[in-house]
Design a protein around this ligand. Structure first.
Ligand SMILES: C[S@@+](CC[C@H](N)C(=O)[O-])C[C@H]1O[C@@H](n2cnc3c(N)ncnc32)[C@H](O)[C@@H]1O
Length: 381
């Protein structure tokens, strides 16, 4: 029997109820969920009872008693999956449809370091935090279970990373925010979209409702959050062709232009780093840093203190930013060429990296066009 059918057969007596949807393998997206009939807006398409959740409460005592209480739920659930100490019939049909190590090879944590080095700056910093968390969890788990190998644990850890849902009940309220994570069967098969179905926990179950009408055969997705492309790439291992929440980190563009003195000043006023542009705006932090580069210090200070709205300096700030972004586009072009010439890693990993840089480039290009357009109007006047 198809493992997906077995999963549904296993889940049904547990109260998992599907209405007008079914999981299906989709090219380039692993397993996803498709509509098996026309769906109406707000129609309930999936219900998963709370009793099906895999949470801190379902990790066997034989595992929890050996691990430090400080170990986050992420590390604990990963230990549970990796050690697989539950009787095989409990979770076997669920485990059978989980991504294999090959499926997870798109996760940058698994890429060779030579390829990781080519990630955009924001993605690199997300990856470095993720790696630190993994190293911390693995240190605790390997000390308690010396026979467990790192690869198996890393695979389980990444499954947890890409498949958990935020869940809060009175018991979990006492725990840290990052510990309110649960795994749930079938619901973990929904892929991500920039807007998707409404998904929420009630007192008794997790309920997914259609956010709009769906035609039979259409993929039904949920939104994992308003995540930019670097976050999706590192935390979930994929890039999306269109993403209205995408943003580009500008730290590598701006920081290299700042003198030591200006870095200190910006640090003092808590404006050093974290520079971002999205589809519509260049963030205020960037506006502050750019004024450090092209305004008199008194003018900069007035802007920082909110005494000057910045209108008077906006034209020169925009001009400088356009020049910096154009230089960045040249660098992006070089990075893409270098990645295409690399031998390290898998072809799919290199393709994903190139695709991410092309998205960054498109966003930067859009910003240049937007920044230029008011000046063209002004010149015409
Ligand atoms: C919660 S799981 C969804 C089910 C998953 N596709 C599977 O095969 O089990 C999250 C993973 O699905 C994949 N995914 C989710 N949304 C995607 C999308 N829009 N495009 C490509 N892959 C996606 C990514 O590999 C992600 O880590």
């Amino acid at each position: 029997m198809d493992p997906l059918d077995e999963l549904l057969r296993w889940a049904e007596p547990k109260g998992v109820a599907l209405n007008g949807i079914r999981p299906q393998r989709l090219p380039g997206r692993g397993v996803g969920v498709i509509a098996t009939k026309a769906l109406q807006p707000d129609e309930v398409v999936l219900e998963v009872p709370i009793s099906c959740l895999r949470s801190i409460g379902t990790v066997p005592h034989s595992i929890t008693r050996k691990l430090p209480k400080s170990l986050p739920i992420h590390g604990l659930l990963a230990a549970d999956l990796a050690l697989d100490s539950s009787p095989s019939e409990i979770y076997a049909p669920w485990n059978a449809v989980c991504p294999t190590p090959f499926d997870l090879s798109s996760m940058p944590l698994l890429w060779p370091s030579a390829l990781q080095a080519y990630l955009p700056g924001t993605a690199k910093s997300i990856l470095s935090k993720q790696r630190a968390k993994f190293v911390r969890d693995w240190a605790a788990v390997s000390a308690a279970f010396p026979d467990l190998d790192e690869e198996t644990y890393r695979h389980a850890w990444l499954l947890v990373n890409t498949r958990t849902f935020y869940y809060l009940n009175p018991k979990l309220r006492r725990r840290r925010k990052e510990d309110r994570m649960v795994l749930q069967p079938v619901a973990d098969l929904f892929n991500h979209a920039e807007t998707g179905c409404n998904a929420a926990f009630s007192a008794v179950s997790f309920v997914v409702r259609a956010d709009r009408a769906y035609e039979q055969g259409e993929e039904v997705r949920i939104c994992y959050g308003r995540h930019g492309g670097d976050f999706l790439a590192v935390e979930y291992g994929f890039v999306m062709a269109e993403n209205r929440w995408d943003e580009v980190g500008l730290d590598e563009v701006v920081m290299s232009r700042l003198s030591e003195k200006w870095r200190e000043r910006l640090e003092e006023v808590s404006f050093l780093g974290g520079y971002v542009l999205d589809r519509e705006t260049v963030c205020h932090r960037t506006q502050v840093a750019l004024r450090a580069l092209c305004c008199e210090i008194r003018e900069w200070k007035r802007f920082v203190d909110g005494e000057d709205d910045g209108d008077g300096s906006q034209a020169k700030v925009d001009k400088l930013l356009v020049e910096m972004l154009e230089a960045y586009r040249v660098k992006i072009g070089e990075v893409v060429c270098e990645v295409q010439g690399l031998k390290e890693g898998e072809q799919e990993q290199r393709t994903m990296l190139v695709e991410r840089w092309r998205q960054v480039d498109r966003l930067v290009e859009m910003s240049i066009m937007r920044l230029r357009s008011p000046r063209v109007e002004n010149e015409a006047n």
